[in-house]
Design a protein. Structure first.
Length: 198
């Protein structure tokens, strides 16, 4: 059974109120391209314990449709998934399998913060994802924005250094040892330069 922090619903509502004022006009064409997942937060432990870690995403848009090609590290071997979602509201896309992606914040060039919603076994789960275009920048403002959004709700975070942490009001505290570094980057169909191979 998934562990859930008390008071999380109210905290998530406060986060959405803060984010709603951030994104008024979202330029969807600028969100297109290659992204790396470097942060992950969820109110449910099992969202972090999944055996597959996203190594890279290649996002393309056509009209009101968003296509996401994802490369995963699936316990040491590479797996890919390509899904097409349709736009519902500004920055929100619905995907097959009761999944939704909502772009919460982005500067287009360096970072994007997404909320992924999905239904599993009759329950709705939300996962925050922090994406970057490059792993070169350590202290970019997007990471601190992501931390601010997740720290207020006490959600869990897998940071850019692959450490699992819990961010509460008092700051980051390790939950366990460092995770293994991703093995997928050198042989996955999404190349280092961001162009997906077939």
């Amino acid at each position: 059974m998934a562990a859930r922090r008390p008071g999380t619903t109210l905290s998530v509502l406060l986060v959405w109120m803060r984010v709603a004022s951030t994104l008024v006009d979202l330029d969807l064409q600028k969100i297109s391209g290659f992204w790396r997942e470097v942060g992950l937060a969820s109110e449910f432990n099992m969202a972090l314990d999944a055996g597959m870690k996203v190594e890279g995403l290649f996002i393309t848009l056509s009209g009101r449709n968003m296509t996401v090609k994802a490369a995963y590290n699936n316990s040491g071997s590479c797996a890919t998934e390509k899904v097409v979602g349709s736009g519902r509201d500004v920055g929100k896309f619905a995907f097959p399998g009761h999944r939704e992606i909502h772009v919460l914040d982005t500067d287009y060039e360096h970072y994007a913060i997404l909320r992924v919603s999905l239904q599993w076994q009759g329950k709705e789960f939300h996962v925050f994802k922090y994406l970057t275009r490059s792993l070169d920048r350590e202290d970019e403002p997007g990471f601190w924005r992501f931390r601010e959004l997740t720290a207020d709700t006490g959600l869990y975070l897998v940071s850019r250094h692959s450490e699992s942490r819990s961010l509460g009001a008092e700051g980051a505290e390790p939950l366990g040892g460092a995770c293994q570094p991703p093995a997928c980057t050198s042989h996955c169909p999404v190349s280092q330069g961001g162009v997906p191979s077939s």
